[in-house]
Design a protein around this ligand. Structure first.
Ligand SMILES: Nc1ncnc2c1ncn2[C@@H]1O[C@H](COP(=O)(O)OP(=O)(O)OP(=O)(O)O)[C@@H](O)[C@H]1O
Ligand SMILES: [Mg+2]
Length: 262
């Protein structure tokens, strides 16, 4: 059974999409069968994966309006072990209708039941909001990966998510756990990065990943070309950081991975 990880925090521009895309690609490079799901109505993962609208046959909309089974929304990617379900909610009108459809919090969980044993990992790129579609993702997930941008760091957003996870445990997913907190846009020898890390460690020390993601323009550049960084410049610092993170996650979940092979 694949492990389902939501990449989530109610703060914009902190590296959720960059992390979802690059982590999913790195897990797939390690030959772990991986599914990346974009549930953000803005569909940034599709851009970062090089999926223009003409290449999208179906996606999250069809899952939520029950018009297609999830199998029909799965797209093959350039990477052999990586599949992708895009978010195809592309007008404001659709957006509102879509918000209504997500009120049923178990839609995604039920859809994933049919396919989760085909994958080692399922990574969900969440929008910068809680409730609605994000509640669907957290109800379906085993764990949450929390990206925190160094510098523009907000302990309040982490606290809020932490409380929200506790609430989700009570109302719809008692087993929801935290995969880890990931420091993104990390600048060595920078005062703000140092302060961000110190503040986080005071309260959430046990949750921080050993690996963090350095600030690097190449991640932006790779997105521009519609590729995960490992397909653009595999030896770059950013690519290596995401590969190391994927190894950290694989190692942490080795027991689960072995079990699903039995
Ligand atoms: N490590 C990094 N170094 C430099 N730039 C980065 C890094 N990670 C992400 N970025 C850039 O920061 C911007 C925001 O990143 P991203 O889209 O991943 O954030 P997000 O949390 O998904 O945003 P949103 O909440 O809008 O969905 C993008 O332009 C991205 O290319
Ligand atoms: Mg995003």
């Amino acid at each position: 059974m694949g492990k389902i990880i939501s990449v989530c925090i109610a703060k914009g521009g902190v590296g959720k999409t960059t992390t979802s895309v690059n982590l999913a690609a790195s897990l797939a490079l390690a030959e772990k069968s991986t599914l990346l799901i974009d549930i953000d109505p803005y569909g940034s993962s599709a851009v970062a994966m090089g999926f223009t609208p003409d290449k999208i046959k179906a996606g999250i909309s069809e899952i939520f309006n029950f018009s297609k089974a999830i199998e029909y929304t799965i797209h093959k990617t350039e990477i052999p072990f990586l599949d992708f379900v895009p978010a195809n909610i592309n007008s404001i009108q659709n957006d509102e209708r879509f918000a209504k459809m997500t009120e049923n919090r178990v839609v995604l969980k039920n859809a994933l039941k049919d396919i989760r044993n085909k994958y080692d990992f399922i990574i969900i790129d969440c929008p910068p909001t809680l409730r609605g579609i994000t509640l669907n993702a957290l109800t379906a997930s085993d764990t949450v990966l929390i990206p925190v941008k160094c510098g523009q760091f907000s302990l309040e957003a982490v606290d809020k998510l932490y409380d929200y996870i506790n609430w989700v445990r009570e109302v719809s997913n008692p087993y929801l756990d935290i995969e880890g907190i990931l420091l993104t846009m990390y600048e060595k020898n920078s005062k703000v990065t140092e302060i961000s890390e110190r503040e986080l460690r005071l309260k959430y020390d046990g949750y921080l990943f050993q690996n963090n993601i350095p600030v690097t323009n190449l991640l932006n550049e790779a997105t521009f070309y519609g590729k995960p960084l490992c397909l653009y410049k595999i030896n770059s610092e950013g690519s290596v950081a995401y590969i190391n993170l994927s190894y950290e996650i694989i190692t942490k979940n080795q027991e689960l991975l072995n079990k699903s092979k039995e």
